[in-house]
Design a protein around this ligand. Structure first.
Ligand SMILES: Cc1ncc(COP(=O)(O)O)c(C=O)c1O
Length: 378
């Protein structure tokens, strides 16, 4: 089936009891059994929930995976995937990943004897020379918030050569624009909080595996550790994915209008959006994704300039998160990436003048007008 058909139908059948076209919220903790060892395949809701399972089947189809497992947040999904790594093993991470991922790796999991190294993965040849041995490679592309691009095909070759697992956080692109498993990744994760849900009303995460071996472990960990996505959140994300193919082109069209406007503005020093032809990762991104997404970052030169713009926007809202139909603006240095040290932010270029925009689905002309008045008169 085509992508739009999968968004709407994959993994979903009308409810067998009533024929309800929408999968119900199975809000139950347990299931009545007919006799000892005799049941309908549902025993306890941490292990089995049909609303969650339907979403998992839907997301596995959209990412082209063997199976998918949904968790209480993007971070819980990332944590579950990291249980594939044991003490004494080494994880290499593309630099400037989401601050929460950096925090989990360096402040929690490093304490269990796993070694983490953060490297620029945007040049595969240089990365190959610098990375050394690793057991898992963790990549965001585009990265958060600098929109750096990593070549998924090339990195999957480097990971395979070391017998390592390649994991791609595909939150920024969604499977509408980029399908890392088809490019050689072993596992894809998402914060479903973002584009997959798309309406800023649920927190969740998913891990999608290409092979049954990894799917089986994720299934085991989901049940063993129990950080499951609730039935109601599963219902909300399922409702979100039904319109993913309609929302993403609009997000991107608006991002193009916003990025082009900002690139011409005299008060903006630099614009980061992979769709701009002079973006250093433009060609690599175009070779592995069908669109450039809705995250645009801009360098304003100082904290004062960033504060001024963030304080003056009216239609765009100041807030953490991204991927909803409403446009959000944020300040990575003090918000999403506050978990990095100042020195780490300086080294990466996450300056105090950097602002990130998650471009929503409003009228592009209204967004440009709002940014225009917020940037005016310096
Ligand atoms: C790229 C990326 N990955 C993972 C996460 C974590 O997801 P959650 O906030 O749902 O735990 C985020 C959150 O902003 C993110 O931007």
């Amino acid at each position: 089936m085509g992508f739009a058909t999968d968004c709407i139908h994959a993994g979903q059948e009308p409810d067998p009891t009533t024929g309800a076209v929408t999968v119900p919220i199975y809000q139950t903790s347990t299931y009545v059994q007919e006799g000892l060892g005799k049941h309908k395949g549902y025993e306890y809701a941490r292990t089995h929930n049909l609303t969650r399972r339907t979403l998992e089947r839907n997301l596995a189809a959209l990412e082209g995976g063997t199976d998918a497992y949904c968790f209480a947040s993007g971070m819980a999904a990332i944590h579950a995937v990291l249980t594939l790594v044991k003490a004494g093993q080494r994880v290499v991470v593309s630099d400037n990943v989401y601050g929460g991922t950096h925090r989990l790796f360096t402040k929690v999991l490093a304490g269990y004897g796993v070694e983490f190294a953060f490297l620029d993965a945007s040049d595969p040849a240089r990365f190959d020379g610098e990375a050394g041995r690793f057991d898992l490679l963790w990549v965001e592309t585009p990265t958060n918030p600098l929109l750096k691009i990593c070549d998924i095909r090339a990195l999957s070759g480097l990971a395979r050569g070391r017998g390592a697992i390649l994991v791609v956080d595909n939150t920024f692109m969604s499977p509408f624009f980029q399908r890392p498993l088809a490019l050689g990744a072993d596992i894809v994760v998402h914060s479903t909080t973002k584009f997959l849900n798309g309406h800023s009303d649920s927190v969740g995460g998913v891990a999608v595996a290409r092979d049954e071996k990894h799917a089986e472990w994720l299934r085991f960990v989901q049940n063993a550790a129990g950080a499951i996505l609730s039935p109601f959140d599963s219902f909300l994300v399922l409702r979100g994915t039904k319109t993913l193919h309609l929302r993403m082109p609009r997000h991107e069209e608006n991002a193009r209008a916003v990025a082009s406007f900002l690139a011409r503005h005299r008060n903006v020093r630099r614009v980061f959006w992979p769709g701009l032809p002079d973006h250093p990762g433009h060609a690599v991104h175009a070779g592995q994704a069908s669109g450039f997404g809705a995250l645009v970052s801009l360098e304003l030169g100082s904290l004062e300039a960033a504060k001024r713009v963030l304080g003056r926007v009216r239609l765009c809202s100041l807030g953490e998160s991204l991927g909803g139909v409403e446009t959000l603006v944020s300040h990575p240095a003090t918000m999403t990436h506050a978990g990095y040290t100042q020195a780490q932010r300086d080294a990466l270029g996450i300056t105090s003048g950097l602002v990130r925009i998650s471009v929503g689905c409003e009228d592009a002309s209204d967004l440009v007008a709002d940014l225009d008045q917020a940037l005016a008169g310096r």
